[in-house]
Design a protein around this ligand. Sequence first.
Ligand code: PGA
Length: 253
Amino acid sequence: MRTPLIAGNWKMNGTRAEALTWAAAAVEAAAESPNDAAVFPPDVWLAAVAEVVGDAIGLGGQACSWETSGAFTGATAATMLAEAGCSMVLCGHSERRHVFGETDAEVAGSVTRALEAGLTPVLCVGETLEEREAGRTRDVLLRQVDAGIGATRGPADPLIIAYEPVWAIGTGKAASPTEAAEAHAWIRARVAETDAERAAAVRILYGGSANPDNIGGFLEVPDVDGALIGGAALDPATFGRMIRHAPASAPEA
Ligand code: PGA
């Protein structure tokens, strides 16, 4: 069975003190939850947050370079994230693709560097509103999934996928569980084309205006294995409620 992963992407938010408070609250909520949890703080707070979270929850970087080291001002190598205490890293988050212009090839490179550094890549995929309205959602998702999976060394490599429709991120307009179900099924079927076992095991998270009121609807979808949460993860009580969310049928943790 795939244990749901409830992950908070803090983006470029939070003072050092807030980061430590938010991390401690996530650890506390995870201890009382049937779900796994993870946080993705800004790079500069990673080492301090690592001290707070230990092995209790996952810790990840928000992006890593497709280069290993060198003259790349402002970039962070996957090996540096690992040394700072990370176990995972987002690859190809929508803002990296659409604000900073990362290409499929660059995202693929960061997946490879993450794996080489011993990190689990969280491959983020998602269509823009224009692509959805043009009926191109499936094509876009499969292209992004193929590029990311092609960058892994084989089906035994760890991998998490996040479906985050670009139009739903930070807009307050989440996808419907039906829209998520369709997209997640397309993604899992594509993974199954290369390896059925990997497809059965890979966790596919939903992201895009997830909040405590709508998370239940997403987690009820069989192919949705958790959530990647931006805005709602910046309030520790709200994020804690989402980490603690248990399906009605699940035994109390
Ligand atoms: P949001 O962000 O929850 O604020 O929409 C999600 C994300 O970007 O991962």
